[in-house]
Ligand binder design. Structure first.
Ligand SMILES: [Zn+2]
Length: 295
């Protein structure tokens, strides 16, 4: 009995280092004493935050289903705002890790936004059930304002607190606080026409909004001289939208107009270019001119 135990103990001693080597890919110690990382003596001036965007979404589901989707599957978000009237904001993915919420698309010259954004999902059904199929048998290409579901007041307050905090910590530019539709206009329409961007800007200083006087000025200017389609498309590009270079308003280009209107002219999102839409775009470009760092 005693002999068996000794044999077992010896066998363990012999096999343990072998297992260790296999699991660490044969990594050998470099020095007997580890080298020291000195983070104090020298510091680089040229640097910036990795997080550059906040992307807002709605879940198209209720609380229960949203939790299922965002915790069990291949879709996720850093934060989830449910529609309970309580004091909770749920953090599902640590901010230092990537959440899988943005998908294909781009904004402000960057693509693969999961790398550089914080994603916030808000529980909201999106399109009201009676309008779900409204585009199928009608002249409508896009859902108008009244088809969308309202957000609860408590959700807006939670979004305001969360976005304010994240934007401040990462020094995020107001125009880089966007909706999913802004970065993927042909795939997504969330957070929809009833997400109150203007109110968030005016009441809480969050995200971008144009000045009314600038809009009026550019409306007059546009009435005097109609811009060409390439000029209008360039203005979209200047603001950050990805848009093609065709000299027509094809479906993909109209999707960009619609995404822009959902965000900045939510009461009348048509997917058609008009003077007011262009004037708002010009007013935004005037106010938020300049590019982010691209080093
Ligand atoms: Zn989304």
């Amino acid at each position: 009995m005693a002999k068996n135990l000794t044999t077992l103990a010896l066998a363990s001693l012999l096999t343990l280092p072998l297992i260790g080597c296999m699991t660490t890919n044969n990594v050998q110690p470099i020095a007997t004493k580890p080298f020291v990382i000195d983070s104090e003596t020298y510091q680089s001036a040229g640097k910036s935050q990795r997080i550059k965007f906040i992307v807002l979404h709605y879940t198209v589901s209720d609380n229960e289903r949203s939790i299922q989707l965002l915790t069990k599957g291949k879709v996720s978000a850093h934060y989830l705002i449910m529609d309970n009237d309580d004091d909770k904001i749920y953090n599902l993915v640590p901010e230092g890790e990537r959440a899988w919420h943005a998908g294909d698309g781009g904004f402000a010259g960057r693509t693969i936004l999961n790398d550089t954004s914080i994603g916030i999902e808000i529980v909201n059904k999106g399109i009201q059930p009676q309008y779900k199929d409204a585009l199928k048998d009608s002249e409508l290409d896009y859902h108008p304002y009244k088809h969308f579901v309202e957000f609860d007041e408590v959700q807006i307050k939670k979004v305001a607190q969360l976005v304010q905090d994240i934007a401040m910590r990462y020094d995020i530019s107001p125009k880089n606080i966007i909706g999913h539709s802004d970065l993927a206009p042909s795939r997504k329409i969330d957070p929809g026409a009833k997400f109150p961007w203007q109110r968030l800007h005016e009441e809480y200083g969050i995200a971008a909004w144009y000045d009314e006087a600038d809009k009026q000025f550019f409306m007059k200017e546009t009435q005097l001289a109609t811009p060409t389609i390439p000029e209008v498309k360039q203005a979209f590009r200047d603001y950050g939208y990805q848009i093609n270079s065709t000299a027509e308003w094809d479906k993909a280009s109209r999707d960009v107009i619609y995404a822009f209107q959902l965000h900045f002219r939510p009461l009348k999102p048509t997917g058609q270019m008009d003077i007011e839409t262009y004037a708002i775009l010009k007013a935004l470009n005037k106010k938020y001119a300049g590019r982010d760092d691209f080093y």
